[in-house]
Design a protein around this ligand. Sequence first.
Ligand code: GDP
Length: 464
Amino acid sequence: MASKTLTPKSEFPTIVLVGPTNVGKSAMFNRLTRTRTAIVCDRPGVTVDRHECVAESPDLGKMKFIDTGGVGAEALSHPLGKEIERAAAVALKTADIVLFVVDGTREIGNQELEIAQWLRRNLGKLETPVWLVANKVDSKKHDAQSYFALGLDKNFSVSAEHDIGVMELRDSLAEIFLGNSTKTQDEETSETEKVKAPRILVLGRPNVGKSTLLNQILGEERHVVSSVPGTTRDPIESSFLSHAKGIDWKLVDTAGLRQPGRLERDVEWVAREKLKEEARFADVALVVLDSNAGITDLDASIAGMALDFGLSVVLVFNKWDLMTQSDASDKWMHLQRTQDLKLEFVKWCPRVKASGLTGKGVKDIVKSLQKVLSDRAHRVQTSKLNEIFEKKIRIHSHPIGSRGRPAKFYYLSQVSSSPPEFVLFSNLPSRDVHFSYRRFISNTLRKEFGFSGCPIKLHFKNAS
Ligand code: GDP
């Protein structure tokens, strides 16, 4: 299937290579331009600091490649360092794609982080895609993961010298400019399926009303699969495919987590083990609570488990019909008190009042599910994330740790979504990042970008 193509700014797509010195950028440039018909190389007037070549090849058509001289601290020690950097900045403005070439055999360091910042500054609001090319990756023992954490638009591990991985890079260039996708039909289909059929686990203590609510949500929907405990591949699961509200949902009844006659702590243990397995294939947990009974430790622990396993959480205050009765004032007070006490740590999860018995709140549950599903998949625009990092996060002081080392934060990037995962580079080892600072960053990201009901994974990388 052809994907949306990128329209070049000028006559030919322009690919600009940047990176520190000695990472094999020229080898990469030669690999990309060494074709039978290199049309124009090193145009008159272009100095040593910059090589240009318009090359034509059967897979890419005509493309212009520009190899800028090295940038970053090492390159600046060159007598012409400043001029070279300035020329590179000019070349950047003409780029349709920037290839940030690094030495994949070395861990990311300050120099690469500075170049990443330099790229951000110089590309400004251009939204030019930047692809990370980790070069010199000749064997599996080299692992360029530390660079991938920069969260650039695409990542490649290549060896320009041995022509490893270069084909994938060329394929991606062909795809973005010419719309030639090399994805197989199966890959395309499985991706769409993931979007089309989110899996919702219905969780909660025994007797909070999960099954009743589930039937209410499904209403007249088609009941596609029903697994009788003990007769199917997975005895704990009953799956339904709901076509409600135009979304194909898999609602998974976890009634099988119930262990009749067991003590609550056993239930919790069994639930954790089963849930861990289930959560690998799910997106959202509908955590059903019994409003009439108030909130218990086990309720809180179920919500916590779901988040730990990466699920988004919607809290459903079920049996609300009993709370609207005239003599319910004591129950109200009990619920208020227990909810303040036990559910403070999930205050950013949507809460819905519902009754499985009357059907109240079912529409709101559906709305909340839609909201958490879309928030969960949200990928923050790099330029927006950079802006928030500069304006709100970097300026916020970090408590001085036990070693008395002032903290410096360099760069924040989103490395994945569903659930969202961020990496923050600083001069501190991860264990020295104060928990209050971790909380501050999560709160800031929530405030700016929503992520309703969704756990945010934060990693800290020491880049000093
Ligand atoms: P599960 O173990 O969580 O699946 O709970 P069930 O759906 O089997 O319900 C447990 C009991 O609570 C049953 O007697 C239901 O009739 C009752 N129940 C479920 N939902 C509601 C509700 O919204 N209001 C009231 N009043 N009772 C409910």
